[in-house]
Design a protein around this ligand. Structure first.
Ligand SMILES: O=C(O)C1=C[C@@H](OP(=O)(O)O)[C@@H](O)[C@H](O)C1
Ligand SMILES: C=C(OP(=O)(O)O)C(=O)O
Length: 411
């Protein structure tokens, strides 16, 4: 199907949703478990394409490892294959080959990896040609481009003869993802010392202990249901499998949505979302939770809430340039994303004198980005919205449309 139309519900929404499990937690658990010689037991592994790709590539003896569009799979496997001395060509979609990897490759080279670029310096595809430990394990690495490089290095750290010490420079983006990595490593028996003031993390040489590890549901996927409850006239949704004390930084959606009209009550099974009055304006720093920015932007544009957004610098190097994509698509639903300070501060709002409902059904382009599709789908709670290339959701939340069909009609 080339597009779907999400229509406003004709009845109050009362439902429970068993969310997909977290691809971020799954992909870490898979790498760590591989480093136990696959001796642990992983429960609730994600059906997300990014995770299925990781599983397939960990089991494959092919020389070419094609990660498709999965950032974590590319970054984590590059480090894993490098230190386990596997000769591989790492490649992905054309967009993946535009997403930088030089910071990670430079770090792995210092450790002793022989890596070459097959096309453009600093970008996939790369060729991994073996590993000979250099004796150098103290690395200085930028923290303000992608936390995935840091997570990738931390996970392989205990396998190195002297462990690893990372000194991070610049503002640390997506820090909860680094902490998620460290916590999952700890669940597999590996200790670390992190000093966040000094921005250093040390992982001594040690062995992972095979473990039974259960993966939580996906808070990034939960965010679309928050937006849906915020925008629907009458809705109560229980999201199953989420925990109040999550490893996932995207659980920040609980606090964000308190401003946007959704109350969260944690239950034994997950979290129950109900409607509360929304605020007119608020500000949020997305440095810790960049994947929530699109959800909030689309919701705010329709709800008429002004959100001042900072910390969205990294959006430009994700599945698409997400800032550009939002600026192109929000006007179709009556919103706008305006840059207030170059690349650092934006405001998302409803455009002045915009009718509540557009004259015809807006068609939202998704730019091969699952989050563009899922962030704009809840707009259908207010007026019909057409989402192009709906299959993009498979990257992180393959059952998204089936779940949405439980609350409204999708044509
Ligand atoms: O480590 C992870 O699982 C992720 C880290 C974040 O990327 P950056 O660190 O590049 O911001 C996030 O956007 C991505 O969806 C998943
Ligand atoms: C940015 C994302 O993923 P990745 O970087 O792993 O491709 C995402 O899922 O929004």
């Amino acid at each position: 199907m080339n597009s779907v139309i999400v229509n406003p519900p004709t009845q109050p929404i009362r439902t429970e949703i068993r969310l997909a499990s977290s691809k971020s937690e799954s992909n870490r658990a898979l790498i760590i478990n591989a480093l136990t010689q696959f001796k642990g037991q992983l429960e609730n592994i994600s059906s997300a394409r990014d995770t299925q790709t990781m599983m397939r590539l960990l089991q494959s003896s092919d020389v070419v490892a094609d990660v498709l569009d999965a950032g974590t799979t590319m970054r984590f496997l590059t480090a894993y294959f490098a230190v386990t001395n596997q000769h591989k060509t790492m490649t992905g979609t054309p967009r993946m080959c535009e997403r930088p990897i030089g910071i990670l490759v430079d770090a792995l080279r210092i450790l002793g990896a022989n890596i070459t670029y097959k096309q453009n310096e600093g970008y996939p595809p790369t060729e991994l040609n073996g590993f000979q430990y250099s004796g150098q394990n103290h690395l200085t690495i930028r923290g303000d481009v992608s936390s995935q490089y840091i997570s990738a290095l931390l996970m392989i750290g205990p396998m190195l003869p002297d462990g690893i010490t990372l000194e991070l420079t610049g503002e640390i983006g997506s820090r909860p993802y680094i902490e998620m990595t460290l916590q999952q490593m700890r669940a597999f028996g590996v200790t670390h010392e992190a000093n966040w003031e000094a921005k250093t993390i040390r992982v001594p040489a040690q062995h992972y202990t095979p473990t039974h590890y259960a993966i939580e549901s996906d808070w990034s996927g939960a965010s679309y249901w928050y937006s849906l409850v915020a925008l629907a006239k009458d809705a109560e949704v229980e999201l199953l499998g989420l925990k109040e004390n999550s490893l996932q930084g995207d659980s920040a959606i609980v606090k964000i949505m308190e401003h946007m009209g959704v109350k969260s009550v944690f239950t034994k099974r997950g979290v129950l979302l109900t409607k509360i009055p929304a605020e007119k304006a608020f500000a949020w720093d997305f440095t810790d939770c960049p994947d929530l920015a699109q959800t909030v932007a689309a919701c705010a544009a329709v709800a008429g809430i002004e959100v001042t957004m900072t910390g969205i610098e990294s959006l430009k190097i994700k599945e698409t340039d997400r800032v550009g994509a939002l600026q192109a698509e929000l006007p179709k639903i009556g919103g706008e994303l305006v840059e207030l300070e170059q690349n650092t501060k934006y405001i998302v709002r409803r455009k002045a004198e915009t009718p509540a409902t557009p004259p015809s059904t807006p068609v939202i382009e998704t730019y091969d980005d699952h989050r563009m599709a899922m962030a704009f789908a809840p707009v259908g709670m207010v007026f019909p919205v057409e989402i192009s290339e709906p299959h993009v959701v498979a990257k992180s939340y393959p059952s998204f449309w089936d779940d949405l069909k439980k609350v409204t009609t999708i044509a």
